[in-house]
Design a protein around this ligand. Structure first.
Ligand SMILES: [Zn+2]
Length: 166
């Protein structure tokens, strides 16, 4: 039976555990993909939708007010970063999830600063923020878990060899 390496896409036989193309541990990568892939897919969808909405909202706000404000730049800039970084989610889930979370918290923090308690008014806006926080939180957690899983295996290998040799 032939499988495609989950990391580089090279066709490998399932008898070899390490991919001849990129050296990835195919069994480990499969285990990681089980929890990382759904988080990455949700994050990518969120980045595209939230990014698109922020750009549109920022543009409409500018057109309505006729002056460029810090808030519009923050929203539009974050939207552009979200849309652009959706291209790199698969390759670099942790940096993308961290940057997106940072920008999300900055926007929310700015709204709290500007609007005070009004920013916490229960409604669609708050619901969307909670929903966003869950998706971003999940993505960060899954990316950290993937990194920890790879590190654990990487650290375990030399020790196992050392035990055999001694
Ligand atoms: Zn590979």
């Amino acid at each position: 039976m032939n499988l495609n390496c989950i990391k580089c896409g090279l066709a490998t036989s399932n008898e070899v555990r390490l991919c001849p193309g990129c050296g990835a541990d195919t069994e480990l990568e499969l285990e990681i993909a089980m929890f990382l892939d759904p988080a990455v897919k949700s994050l990518r969808a969120w980045l595209l939708i939230a990014g698109g909405l922020l750009i549109v909202f920022s543009g409409l706000n500018y057109e309505h007010n006729g002056i460029l404000t810090f808030y519009q730049v923050l929203l539009g800039g974050s939207g552009a970063v979200f849309v652009a970084s959706s291209l790199f989610v698969k390759r670099a889930p942790l940096p993308v999830a961290s940057v997106a979370s940072g920008l999300f918290l900055t926007i929310w923090g700015y709204q709290l600063y500007e609007l005070g308690a009004l920013a916490l008014f229960p409604g669609v806006s708050l619901l969307l923020k909670v929903f966003s926080a869950v998706i971003l939180g999940n993505a960060v957690r899954a990316a950290l878990k993937a990194r920890a899983t790879r590190a654990r295996v990487r650290d375990a290998l030399p020790k196992a060899t050392a035990t055999i040799n001694s």
